[in-house]
Design a protein around this ligand. Structure first.
Ligand code: KG4
Ligand code: ZN
Length: 339
């Protein structure tokens, strides 16, 4: 039997809707990004994000249904992100989804956004580097985005163990903040990656927070170290400074992410490593992980790394199978964790 799920995602600054079959086949995947709008503020402006979701949600869902060539009657359920994320943004998606589910007589399946980043890997896309249906538990998942840095051990569907996470800034947040210091623009990750191509990763000896004995991360000291070096220049900063600092900063983040992931993979004997979230689009992170871990390291196409609704529909498929249904009084949970 074919199960067709409409996924809806509005936890941060992307209004997204997608139709996915059996948790694996993407029929449509629409993402209305607000990134350009937030660029002028150097980060996501929460109040603006929720207002933009209100404007974008209906056309985005319509586009997802049209793109999949399906009607409401062809759907089996609606999967909705209810946390973690920005409260105002989550509220728009959840209330829209409740209204649609009630009006169309469809079950509503609550999805944890972080679980969505995990299930992005269960989508069969045929893309190079992706798992394409060959996953076997246990799996190690590194979720690195603007809001999250999570190292998760997945024992089975829905059975997670959180090994560690960031104690301060998320990895993507560190990229965004350092890009702002280096005046490279927003979002900072792609800007730093681009600048780093012409830089020397060993030009600056930046600190790595190894936090021995734990799988936690810390990136705020790194950001401060970049600021201190920048402040030492009283006159004009040499042009080579920017690419060299971008490359050195990127190397410092990648070193710690890969080292801890490799150690956890060995300790827990996983079958594969899954890289998820916006920062996992970073080529240097992907290459270092593949070089540093003697296991398959699966990555995603860029649209599935960053926030999207296909991953929510994929997670929703497993939740649906497990019998999870939202009650009409389901509320958002901005601080929701995975385990
Ligand atoms: O997953 P995502 O779209 O949103 C959140 O859930 O946060 O991730 C966005 C984050 C931003 O911080 C952005 O700077 C970072 O991912 N990012 C990157 C790259 N592309 C996006 N970081 C490093 N290298 C990249 N190529
Ligand atoms: Zn995300």
């Amino acid at each position: 039997m074919t199960l067709r799920i409409l996924g809806i995602e509005t936890s941060c600054d992307e209004t997204a809707a997608a139709v996915v079959e059996n948790g694996t086949t993407i029929l449509s995947n629409v993402v209305a990004s607000q990134a350009d709008l937030h660029a002028q503020y150097g980060g996501v402006f929460p109040e603006l994000a929720s207002r933009m979701h209100v404007e974008a949600i209906i056309p985005t869902v319509d586009q997802a249904l049209a793109g999949a060539h399906v009607d409401w009657d062809d759907l089996d359920a609606i999967a909705i992100t209810y946390g973690p994320g920005l409260p105002g943004s989550l509220l728009v998606g959840l209330n829209y989804a409740k209204g649609a589910a009630l009006a169309k007589g469809l079950p509503l399946v609550p999805v944890n956004h972080l679980e969505g980043h995990f299930y992005a890997h269960w989508l069969h896309t045929g893309a190079e580097g992706s798992a394409n249906g060959s996953l076997r538990f246990p799996l190690l998942v590194l979720i690195v985005s603007g809001g999250h840095t999570e190292l998760i051990l997945a024992h089975d569907h829905g059975q997670y163990e959180r090994l560690g996470g960031t104690l301060d800034d998320a990895a993507g947040e560190a990229f965004d903040k350092v890009a702002r210091l280096l005046k490279l623009g927003y979002p900072g990750g792609p800007a730093i990656e681009l600048a780093a191509r012409n830089g020397e990763p060993t030009a600056f000896d930046l600190p790595r927070a190894w936090l021995p004995g734990s799988y936690d991360f810390s990136f705020s000291g790194l950001k401060t170290a970049v600021l201190r070096i920048l402040q030492k220049y009283t006159g004009p900063v040499p042009r080579s400074f920017y690419p060299n600092m971008a490359a050195s900063f990127q190397a410092a983040v990648v070193d710690v992410l890969v080292e801890k992931t490799a150690r956890a993979a060995e300790e827990f004997g996983v079958n594969a490593i899954l890289l998820s979230g916006g920062v996992s689009a970073n080529t240097s992170l992907r290459e270092a992980a593949r070089a540093g871990v003697p296991l398959p390291v699966y990555t995603l196409q860029k649209i599935l790394c960053t926030d999207n609704a296909a991953m929510i529909a994929a997670a929703g498929y497993y939740r649906y199978q497990a019998g999870d249904r939202a009650d009409w009084d389901l509320d958002i949970d901005p601080g929701l964790q995975l385990a």
